[in-house]
Every structure is written in C-alpha cells, then in structure tokens.
Design a protein around this ligand. Structure first.
Ligand SMILES: [Zn+2]
Length: 506
C-alpha cells in the first residue's frame, strides 16, 4: 500500500489558485509567491518548556495541510519554523530543575519532533533556533535604537517605543487610541488590550542565562526572536506569516512593529491565524481535567491517524470542538478508507471502464481541489472523497466496477492522502514509541491495557504463568499476586480452574 500512495501525484489540469483568508487585509486573498518562484512562509514554532498539547498541534497540523496542498498544486516552498528555546518560562523551569536551559529544552525539542512525526506533519525547509540567532536580534535592536524606536532603561533593558509606530494595531484591528506613552511590560506574554512598550532585551539578572553583547549583557524578549529569525531566512518582506490565533496580539503585532520600523516594508503580505480548539465545549485547561497532550491520547489507545483527521477535519478558521466521540468517528472514517483501499487494490475486476465511476472520480477530484483552494475548507474537501468511496463500493458489490476504474479512483485517493495523510497506515510506530516513553517516565498506569499487551508473546505469558504456579507451590503468594497484577495491567485476563489456569487477551 505504501508504495502506491507515495507514487508521483497527478496534478489537476488547470492551475489551482489558492485563496486564503488574510488577517491583515480582512479578505480572502490569492496566495501566490510574490517573487514568482517560491512561496516564502514563516510559522511560529513551539516554546519548548513542556510537551505539546492538542491545541498546539491543531495549529501545526492546519499549517501542514496548507503546506501539503501548496506542494500538491506545484508551488515551491521555503517554509521556516522557529524553535523558541529561551523565554521566561524556560528560564524559570530550567532554574527550578537546576539544569542549564540547553539541557532542559533538549528533551522537549526531541519530544516535539517525535510528536510531529507521529502526526505526519512535514518538516519545514528551515528550522531556526532562537539561541542560535542572538546576533541578529542584537543588530535589529541597534537599528531600532538608531531609528528612535527603542530605548534603554536604567537597569540595562531595552524597550520598543509603541508611539514611534503609528500603525501599531493594524493586524489585530484593536483600538489602541487610549494607549499610554511609556507604560511598559517586560513579560513575554500579556493579554491586556492596551498597548504597552514591550521588552526587546532584558538585562541579565543574577543566576539567569544571558549573553554578553554590544547592547549589554542580557537575553532577548520573545517577540524580537521571531522578527530576527524570519527576516534572516526569508528577507525583509515575505509572502505569508502563520500561527495560532492567540499569537495575533501582541506577538504578531509586535513582530510587525519591530521589523517594519527598520525596513519600512511589510514584514509579510499575508497573515494566517488558526483558531483555538475547545474540548467538550470548554476551553482546555488542566484544572478542568480536559487537557490533553498528543501522548495522553496515544496512551489511551487512539491512533495517531485518527487524531490527525479529527484535528484537521474542521476548517482552520472555525472553532473545533474536540470530543472522544469525534475521535471515534475519525477512527471509523479511517477504517472505512483503509478497508476500501485494500478492496480496490486486491479486487479482481473485469477489463474496461465504467463511465459512471469515471465521471464520479473526476467530479470528486475537482470538488476536492476546489474546496482546499477555497481557504482550505477541509470539511468540504473530504466529503466528495467519502462519496466516491461509497459509490465505488456499490459498483463493486454490483460487479460494475472495472479495471480502469481502479486507476482513476486510486489517483483521487493519492491526491487526498497527499494532504490528509491518513490512508497509508503508519500508526504502529507512534503508539509503540508512546508506550516506551510512558514506561521510561514511570507513567505505565496511564497506558491502555490493550497497548501493553502488544509485544507480549504467548511464550512470555506462559512463562509468567509457570512462574506464578511455582510461586504458589512454594507459598510465595506475594510473588504470585504480583505476576497476576502485572498480567492484568497488560491486558491479559487470567482464570484459575480445576484444569489449571486459562488466559486470554482482553
Ligand atoms: Zn513567533
């Protein structure tokens, strides 16, 4: 199956022009490379202080849908994603853990990429790290100071002067008329609607990670990191900047102010914001008990493909209400696709073609491309594919599906999987890795029993039962109970009978 789906994709006959909602213009604008060559896009990456939750991954997945669709329609890409590996939280957490920030973040950087692989999110062309781009940030702050847009405070920190940039607020459309000149904020994230002069550079505090630079000893603010990294790899002005909706203000507004005060060019022509998700109709939070990392869901026994499909099936600008019912629906949908694909590939069909199937395949394909080209409407894009599967199944049941129909339908499914990436089954690896991780982290209790039984051979089970028998004979009931408990935890049901012990997998 793998080889077939990764064959070279066929492209639609007419060039598909992508239209994407642009937060900056407030309209659904065409998305084409300004330089006529490649589409240069920047997406805000993770701040690596913890494991990613499904809200974070929804954003990365929707950006992956965009990326994959652009590739499918023949648009060359230069996609840059940053890793924020220094910020307030990282400094606080690494200090609490008593390790250098590099050591603290390495674990979460690795986990992040493992999670992206599990969800089949493609790697961007460039991955930039904040701690490797400090010199560019310092240069940018120096230029801002020269332009009168940055000032130094007594403690040696540097701030951006909002009053120097009259367009401040143009992205988030906030009314900032009442803003106070000189009111400052030094935390990386702030929620208030009022604009404040924000920290570009924070003077070193005792015990904190810092860099010795021409503007003093200290560390960068979060916002300047993205301005420096995006312009380093994409130039002063590029095609698209993407991120979660929570980043629109102040993060992206601040990026625009910092960059444009120096370059006097639009930082990005197009801005894409992915909406946040709800879980069971509520905002996801640890205190509500509805907070899930990707790993939490894998350990519950949900497949990575189902999580991917559940998170991308609602178009990116719509609020997604994530539920376990939704995840079960996604699982069933993938089963339907995979079962059909198997039937399509293995079935023996009579020679020739059925014009009804041929026509349906063509219509499905056109509808699929049109829906994705229309502001990435993933819900409308998947519908014709499932309709084609239904129609083809019926034709097969009636003996009306023919050999050349296989090629036509296969080509449509290949285009579908080039973006949705769920038909090809790559689910075993991520689940196994999550289980291994849980064991290493002492979180075995969170693992669904049926997952622990995976890898436990019949021989291993029999050996444990024999050991339990021996333990009972020597009246070591503690050991016997321990073995029983271990087997139960791994999904093996044991029943003692007068004929001996019987067992089965749950
Ligand atoms: Zn950013």
């Amino acid at each position: 199956m793998a080889s077939v789906l990764t064959e070279k994709m066929s492209f639609p006959s007419a060039t598909t022009t992508m239209r994407l909602f642009n937060t900056l213009s407030g309209e659904t604008d065409e998305l084409v490379p300004v330089d006529g060559k490649e589409l240069r896009m920047y997406a805000c990456g993770p701040t690596v202080y913890d494991y990613g939750h499904i809200g974070n991954f929804r954003t990365f997945l929707e950006i992956d849908v965009l990326r994959r669709f652009l590739k499918l329609t023949g648009t060359p890409l230069r996609h840059v994603m940053n890793i924020t590996d220094v910020d307030d939280k990282i400094i606080r957490n690494s200090a609490a853990a008593g390790v250098p920030i590099g050591e603290y973040t390495a674990k979460y950087v690795n986990a992040f990429f493992e999670d992206l692989d599990a969800l089949r999110v493609e790697r961007p062309e460039v991955i930039a790290r904040a701690t490797e781009t400090i010199d560019r940030m310092v240069e940018l702050i120096q230029k801002l100071a020269e332009a009168g847009a940055a000032y130094r405070t007594e403690d040696g920190s540097w701030y951006f002067r909002i009053k120097s940039f009259p367009e401040y607020g143009k992205l988030s459309k906030k009314d900032l008329s009442g803003m106070e000149d000189g009111a400052r904020v030094d935390v990386d994230e702030y929620e208030k609607d009022s604009a404040r002069d924000f920290a570009l550079w924070k003077a070193a505090k005792p015990g904190e990670t810092s860099w010795e630079t021409p503007i003093g000893r200290g560390r960068p603010g979060w916002h300047i990191e993205c301005s420096a990294m995006s312009m380093k790899f994409l130039g002063d002005s590029f095609d698209l900047h993407a991120g979660g909706e929570d980043l629109m203000f102040p993060h992206h507004e601040n990026e625009i102010a910092q960059s444009e005060s120096v370059t006097h060019k639009p930082l990005a022509k197009h801005w894409m914001h992915v909406r946040f998700l709800l879980v069971d109709g509520k905002k996801m939070s640890k205190s509500e008990g509805n907070f899930f990392t990707l790993r939490d869901l894998l350990l519950k026994g949900y497949k990575a493909s189902a999580i991917r499909l559940a998170l991308i099936s609602v178009p990116y600008r719509h609020q997604l209400n994530f539920t376990f019912d939704g995840l079960a629906d996604a699982t069933a949908a993938i089963d339907r696709l995979r079962t059909f694909y198997d039937r399509l590939m293995k079935g023996a069909f009579p020679a020739g073609e059925n014009s009804e199937v041929q026509e349906a395949a063509k219509k499905a394909r056109d509808a699929y491309f049109a829906a994705l080209a229309n502001d990435l409407n993933t819900a409308e894009a998947r519908a014709p594919i499932f309709e084609l599967v239904r129609l083809s199944n019926t034709a097969m049941d009636q003996g009306k599906f023919q050999q050349e129909d296989r090629e036509a339908v296969k080509a449509v499914l290949a285009d579908f999987d080039a973006v949705f990436a769920v038909i090809e089954d790559r689910d075993t690896g991520p689940t196994q890795r999550a289980v291994e991780w849980a064991k290493a982290e002492g979180r075995e209790e969170d693992v669904a029993p049926e997952l622990l039984a995976v890898g436990l051979t019949d021989e291993a089970i029999k050996a444990l039962l024999a050991e339990r028998d021996q333990a009972k004979k020597r009246r070591d009931f503690a050991r016997a109970d321990q073995i029983r408990k271990e087997l139960t935890q791994r999904g093996i049901l044991i029943e003692d009978s007068k004929d001996g012990v019987r067992w089965k997998r749950k």
